[in-house]
Design a protein around this ligand. Structure first.
Ligand code: TRP
Length: 364
């Protein structure tokens, strides 16, 4: 065991053994991908529950753009059906979907290279849910730790859709036969069940001519970006810097973020999560080390730190925001991009569903 392995297993959570295996697979796949990008098809996505923030940018969107530009076949699903796994309204979904397309493109996603589409527009993808559900047991569904914690956080009873959405996510991944899936740790159980479903489908229905690949999760090495108050960056905490916010809104948000009573600025995420979150934010936006920034601000205190964070964040996001505003002038084109992605996704999904029907002997 390497010391890094020890560190992971020492985390001691439910996921640790499978996390370790997934992390190894992720690292191996990434180095293969660097050598031979054309062999890979990536699919990942987002729930349109709000606007994208800096955490999304550094945690995933930046990596997607890099894969796209490296020549990987890249696909992004805006998972609108996942929004109603644990909430009662579809209000704002449409607006959030269009704003996501804007942010993707402003961040460098090129729709001629990357297919962008939504669940609700691709019936053949959704139909895969039926054969896939036959391949998993109720006990397996109930064992998913992410589903459990999402149910607890929602305060609702477990809906049928929340219980089964990891299988639906397998449909997202397998309909286009993606073999790499960049995700955060919380989505790892869903990629694991996707691998299980692909394997069981091939074994049961297509032993001679496997239909589906067993995709590898790609786990980023980037540290999780804290929200401005040191907690997880989340829309519901009001601690996130939205990519599409104005410079003034951003300044206000940073100004009212909490710090502590110690004047001297240090980088100490464990003991000073709030101050350290601000330092980390500036570090990500400038590419400087957090220790360096903390040292430089030193005794100038929280006011000076906030001023520096505001300047660096707004400077970093200025070109993004400019491109976004330009794109937003023509929302018809943005809708066209989504329609085109949906059309292409339908073609692929119908082709895959056809193969599935053939494998299952259900072509009449
Ligand atoms: N569940 C993902 C999230 O938490 C979004 C998502 C939906 C996704 N379908 C996917 C991610 C397929 C990777 C692959 O936001």
């Amino acid at each position: 065991m390497t010391s890094q392995d020890a560190q992971y297993t020492a985390a001691g959570n439910e996921l640790s053994a499978s996390f370790l295996a997934a992390k190894k697979r992720s690292d191996a796949t990434l180095s293969e991908l660097e050598a031979n990008p054309g062999k890979f098809r990536m699919l990942t996505g987002d729930r349109p529950t709000g606007r994208l923030h800096l955490g999304h940018y550094f945690g995933s969107i930046k990596g997607r753009v890099e894969m796209q530009n490296r020549g990987v076949n890249t696909n992004i699903i805006i998972a609108d059906y996942q929004v109603i796994t644990d909430r009662d309204t579809t209000e704002h979904i449409k607006d959030n979907v269009l704003n996501m397309v804007l942010d993707y493109m402003a961040a460098g996603i090129d729709p001629s290279k990357t297919m962008i589409f939504t669940h609700s527009a691709v019936p053949a993808e959704n139909q895969l849910l039926l054969p896939f559900l036959s391949l998993v047991t109720e006990a397996e569904l109930h064992r998913n730790p992410t589903v459990k914690s999402e149910m607890e956080a929602s305060g609702h009873a477990l809906t049928g859709l929340l219980l089964t959405y990891p299988v639906h996510q397998a449909c997202d991944i397998l309909f286009c036969k993606a073999n790499v899936v960049p995700i955060g740790k919380d989505n790892l159980p869903h990629v694991e069940i996707t691998r299980t479903i692909a394997r069981r489908f091939n074994e049961r229905y297509a032993p001679k001519n496997p239909v589906f690949p067993e995709p590898a999760a790609i786990l980023s090495d980037a540290p999780e970006i804290p929200g401005l108050d040191g907690r997880k960056m989340s829309k519901s905490y009001g601690n996130s810097i939205m990519l599409g916010a104005t410079a003034e809104e951003t300044a206000k948000l940073i100004k009212k973020s909490p710090t502590d009573s110690e004047r001297r600025i240090t980088f100490d995420p464990v003991n000073r999560p709030q101050v350290s979150a601000l330092v980390t934010t500036a570090a990500l936006c400038t590419g400087r080390s957090p220790e360096d920034i903390a040292n430089e601000i030193g005794d100038a205190g929280a006011g000076a730190l906030k001023k520096y964070v505001t300047e660096t964040v707004n400077e970093f996001l200025a070109p993004h925001r400019e491109r976004r505003a330009e794109l937003a002038k023509d929302m018809d084109s943005v809708r066209d991009i989504l329609h085109d992605g949906n059309r292409r996704a339908n073609e692929i999904a119908e082709q895959t569903l056809d193969e599935v029907r053939s494998a299952m002997g259900m072509k009449y």
